[in-house]
Design a protein around this ligand. Structure first.
Ligand code: ATP
Ligand code: MG
Length: 241
């Protein structure tokens, strides 16, 4: 059977593991895994720069363009481009992206010629992009091109059976990194952590364990170690607001 090589859309709340899934998809593709995997966060790059960052530019097009520059699509040729926060793209960038997907070629900003690229796009968003497309807030033709394979990542509160395994995994990882003598988590603490809704999903759980391991003097983490962690996060969130 030939491998499926379509574009993939990952949707799910913040912290559910979309980036991790994207990397796993790239690494499981026989065709692409030895080739570049490049990630771009569409929301973190100003609109004016996203296009030249993605497609490159030719010398002289801006005052700062002292030489030709490859874009990320060229850099990801034969590999995978992970486009995070795709729901934040402007209409202008969406139409350029659609053209690249349909033609399989890119044109650097101010370039007269186009270049073939072979890039698999894995896009991710924590927005309801299907609804955005229905409401006219995201190009529906682009949505269909990106979501050939549509993977929804479940929030942690709806797969609580994963919590014990994640606790164990992050505990081992934190202990190894910090070189502390912590051997486990008490039954009571596990119960509290398993019942909690984790609005920040796996990221929040990971941070809570790291914090508890860093601050504790106990060999077995107990409920108070985590309350300390929750307190710390609450204080930090309050300070931000
Ligand atoms: N199943 C898992 N096993 C181990 N670590 C995980 C798992 N899922 C998520 N993580 C870790 O949780 C953190 C958050 O994951 P990730 O960055 O992939 O979330 P995200 O869905 O991209 O969030 P955002 O929408 O905020 O960008 C990362 O540190 C990631 O390594
Ligand atoms: Mg992410």
């Amino acid at each position: 059977m030939s491998e499926i090589e379509s574009n993939v859309l990952l949707t799910g709340e913040s912290g559910t593991g979309k980036e991790l899934v994207a990397e796993a998809i790239h690494n499981s593709s026989k065709k692409r895994r030895g080739n570049p995997y490049i990630a771009i966060n569409c929301a973190a790059i100003p609109d004016s720069i996203l296009e030249s960052e993605s497609f490159g530019y030719v010398k002289g097009v801006f005052t700062s363009a002292v030489r030709d520059k490859n874009g990320l699509f060229e850099a990801a040729d034969k590999g995978t481009l992970f486009m995070d926060e795709i729901g934040d793209d402007t209409a202008q960038f969406q139409s350029k992206l659609l053209r690249v997907i349909e033609s399989k070629e890119i044109r650097r900003v101010a370039d007269t010629s186009a270049k073939q690229v072979d890039v698999r796009i894995i896009a991710a968003t924590n927005k309801d992009i299907a609804k955005m497309a229905l409401d006219g807030n995201f190009r529906s033709d682009l949505f269909y091109r990106l979501s050939v394979i549509d993977i929804k990542i479940t929030p942690l509160r709806d797969r609580k059976e994963d919590i014990p395994l994640l606790l164990e995994y992050f505990l081992k990882d934190s202990v190894r990194q910090m070189g502390k003598n912590v051997t486990g988590i008490s039954g009571e603490a596990k119960k509290i952590l398993s019942a909690y809704d984790w609005p920040g999903n796996v990221r929040e759980l990971k941070n809570s364990i790291e914090r508890a391991v860093a601050l504790t003097n106990n060999i077995v983490l107990n409920a108070e170690d985590f309350l300390l962690a929750q307190d710390h996060f609450r204080r930090r969130a309050n300070a931000k607001n």
